[in-house]
Design a protein around this ligand. Sequence first.
Ligand code: ASP
Length: 319
Amino acid sequence: MKNSLAATAGVGLLNTACANQGSKEMIRSIKPKVVSTWRHGLQANEAANEILKAGGSALDAAEKGVMVIEADPENTSVGIGGAPDRDGNVTLDACIMDHKGNAGSVSFLQHIKHPVAVARKVMEETPHVMLAGEGALRFAIDQGFEKENLLTEKSKAEWEKWRKTSDYKPVINVENHDTIGMICQDANGNLSGSCTTSGLAYKMHGRVGDSPVIGAGLYVDNDYGAAVATGMGELMLKTLGAFLVVELIRQGMSAQEACEQAIQRIVDKMPDYKDFQVGYLAMDKAGNTGAFAIHKWFNYAEMADGKNELIDSKAYLND
Ligand code: ASP
């Protein structure tokens, strides 16, 4: 293992060095690359790739890519159309992190379709990292975001159906876990990431998951790699999952090994892990990707060399 780790770290350092030297030839050797969680990542990757192809930054790509999914009313776990909490309120969580280690986040934000764009404003326009609830809403409106109703007729009808039984046990199925987390690497080799969600369907009012928490739902260390998480947020919060993945890469693991170890941490610490899904997706500085989940039905979209494909992640349980 040591050799492959050294090799991975070496390639990463080489790329960084080349990018820093600014030689056109060397910079060209680093290809823009985008990965993002779940099937809707295919669409988001296209938008992010357009930006990267035009020479845009990883940060712009990571923001604009996931905004496509936030704006889709048919998507029931992100942005407008997201499933509401148990009281019928759509409350959104999102964060963003750039290659300089800057980070911005909003949690428990209502009425704003693009929480990731508000998170970027928090990062760029305030001395803070996270704004929550009413304060985040007020800040968004001050920044020119439009206040709108995010509960679509379709999500309302589903919620009303759910209310008949009000079965509160968090369910592990694809519909309830489709946060979009995205990692982009631009032509300069810089890494940025984003994460946005309406969180668990029919959660308690006020519940915040991993997605807006830097280190739980997203982490970027431009020297080594980046990671995003999806699934039952409480498990990533308790293990600081995205940070753990990146830290393991920093210590020499490949992106794949790091994702596997972060899932192993959950398995070792949480006896009821089988009841939940968690998926990690990572990219190291050299552009190698890794993904691992508790259950095998986690997938992600990878865009590289103009090819955008949906890939099934490996998993701890082969159920
Ligand atoms: N991680 C999100 C949360 O716990 C949910 C998801 O990924 O679907 O809020």
